[in-house]
Design a protein around this ligand. Structure first.
Ligand code: HEM
Ligand SMILES: [Cu+2]
Length: 544
């Protein structure tokens, strides 16, 4: 890689065709991944803007920046955008789209046109939801709880619910596409036991997307129908049951947490193996843990309803089952850590994100066990303790994995290297900013500060100021990668096919890959993560 001579530009998926039409009508999974990348980046910064408004309001005890009704809309829109328009599609639709065919040695996903349709549906749903937000907004919280959402709220519930309903189809299509690709499109020799753990995790995620998403879609449609036609599904005066909504909502939305975290775990397995130069410890256990998480994830939904008036016996069962789901997650954390042991560990940027993920996800997961214990949940339900807990999972876990993955595969996506120094700096800012923002919220919640209020007693101010200060650091950390990634597209060093000397089929084709991924269909004769056969030196071709 010492040469300064620019190689002759090879044909690849980026330069094979120019013009806006070649992008908007593309069926290349790599280009569709990039369309998703641009869309969700936009949504991330929009959701971030609302987060900033929340933190600014909470800088002082009084509700001075906005009144309660506007505050309700702001945290609702923050939540809806971050969950449905950013985090759910983030890794599966961007990195999954880009990498699943490359990793299994296929030319594309199984249904390229459905893949394109899924992006259009996502954008349509996003635009409908945004339209609802700019023409008056919605104030139900991202959870749309009845009877408030069906009977009392006078905001744009129907429009936003329909927007989310539409994005659901894009999620189902992506899941379906990934599942069929893994079943049908694997290269010769790529047996199930040789699949990268990235693929196992995406497979498990896809199962949840396909089985869970229809439930939330129908539930939101029922909310809309009840608002419009006053049918008695959730309204007790019409013979409905408001608690039914919570059951249906969490039947999807708890597994949805795994739609967010499993793909991140997928990324972490690849990074940990590469920068420890070792096969992932206990491959089979990690692969099966993904499937176990997907299955158990469907059995724990009522842990969100301990104080909603369900029977104590039901609550006990759901508490127990919630503890069970922690086991496969712990198996993964243990196995990553065991992979590091006696590995030749390198502290490149993606690895910093992986360390960040492991630490923060562990805190998020352990506090989840606190919440699964009924006695503690009754005390901290709907307080900032919960807000801290889910941000440790969703931001400390999922977003860290997403950014780690974006760095790890950026040379493959763009053909260029990002500036390592800046990347390390931003990883550090994100880690520090994240903890300063969200750790105080555990304390605030434990001390009794409820979530979703614009005003609070003065004794909570110090911790809130700390949290807002942390959020400013975090914001800088998030903006930096945007700048240097774009910068690297033009000025970054040429990456070459395999700059990290990583195992995995995606590194055996040029960067950026050609339109159909491989010059010849690869034939796989080795196990995943065969790092003992790969040279240590960076930039050297992978040994056959
Ligand atoms: C970038 C820094 C972020 C900050 C400073 C922040 C701040 C907050 C705060 C203060 C709340 C509580 C609102 C309330 O209930 O009173 C909140 C709620 C929430 N946040 Fe964030 N957030 C950030 C990023 C994210 C990200 C990246 C996600 C998801 C990917 C996310 C998802 C949520 C969700 C789902 C809620 C619940 C909204 C509701 O109660 O309806 N946040 N956030
Ligand atoms: Cu849950």
């Amino acid at each position: 890689m010492a040469t300064t001579v620019q190689p002759v530009e090879q044909q690849n998926y980026l330069n094979s065709n120019y013009g806006i039409k070649s992008w908007l009508l593309t069926t290349d999974h790599k280009r569709i991944g990039l369309l998703y990348l641009m869309s969700i980046t936009l949504f991330f910064f929009l959701g971030g803007f609302f987060a900033m408004l929340i933190r600014l309001e909470l800088l002082t005890p009084a509700s001075d920046l906005m009144q309660s009704d506007n505050y309700n809309k702001v945290f609702t829109m923050h939540g809806i955008i971050m969950v449905f328009l950013f985090l759910i599609p983030s890794i599966p639709a961007v990195l999954g789209n880009f990498l699943v065919p490359l990793m299994v040695g296929a030319k594309d996903l199984a249904f390229p046109k459905i893949n394109l349709a899924s992006w259009y549906l996502f954008m349509l749903g996003g635009v409908v939801a945004l339209y609802g937000m700019v023409t008056g907004g919605v104030d139900t919280g991202w959870t749309f709880y009845t009877p408030f959402s069906t009977t009392y709220s006078n905001t744009n519930v129907v429009t936003v619910a329909i927007g989310v309903f539409i994005t659901g189809f894009s999620s189902i299509f992506t899941g379906l596409n990934i599942m069929v690709t893994v079943h049908r499109m694997r290269a010769p020799g790529m047996t199930w036991g040789r699949l990268p753990l990235f693929i196992w995790s995406h497979y498990a995620t896809s199962v949840i997307m396909v089985l869970g998403t229809p439930v939330i879609a129908i539930t939101l449609l029922l909310v809309a129908l009840e608002r419009l036609f006053h049918i008695g599904i959730f309204n007790s005066q019409l013979g409905g049951d408001p608690l039914l909504f919570q059951h249906l909502f969490w039947f999807y939305s708890h597994p949805a947490v795994y739609i967010m975290i499993l793909p991140s775990m997928a990324v972490i397995s690849e990074i940990v193996a590469c920068y420890s130069r070792k096969r992932i410890f206990g491959y089979n256990f990690v692969a099966l843990a993904s499937v176990a998480i997907a299955v158990f994830g469907f059995l724990v939904w009522a842990h969100h309803m301990f104080v909603a008036g369900i029977s104590v016996y039901a609550a006990m069962i759901f508490s127990l089952l919630s503890f069970l789901v922690a086991i496969p997650s712990a198996v993964k954390v243990f196995n990553w850590t065991a992979t590091l042991y006696k590995g030749s560990v390198h502290f490149d940027t993606p690895m910093l994100y992986a360390f960040g993920f492991i630490g923060l996800f562990t805190i998020g997961g352990l506090t989840g066990l606190f919440l699964a214990s009924i006695g503690i949940d009754v005390h901290v339900h709907d307080t900032y303790f919960v807000v801290a807990h889910f941000h440790y999972i969703m931001v400390g876990g999922a977003v860290m994995g997403y950014l780690g993955g974006l760095h790890f595969w950026w040379p493959k996506i763009s053909g260029r290297l990002y500036p390592e120094g800046w990347a390390k700096l931003s990883a550090l800012l994100i880690f520090v900013g994240f903890n300063v923002t969200f750790f105080p919220q555990f304390l605030l919640g434990y001390l009794g500060m409820p979530r979703r209020y614009a005003a609070y007693p003065e004794e909570f101010q110090v911790l809130n100021v700390l949290s807002t200060a942390g959020a400013s650091i975090l914001a800088v950390g998030y903006v930096l990668p945007m700048i240097y990634f774009v910068w690297s597209l033009r000025y970054g060093k040429i990456a070459g096919p395999n700059p990290w000397n990583a195992a995995g089929l995606e590194w055996r084709t040029s960067s950026p890959p050609p339109t159909y991924n491989f010059e010849e269909t690869p034939i796989v004769t080795w196990e995943a993560y065969n790092y003992d056969e790969i040279s240590e030196e960076k930039g050297v071709e992978v040994a056959g």
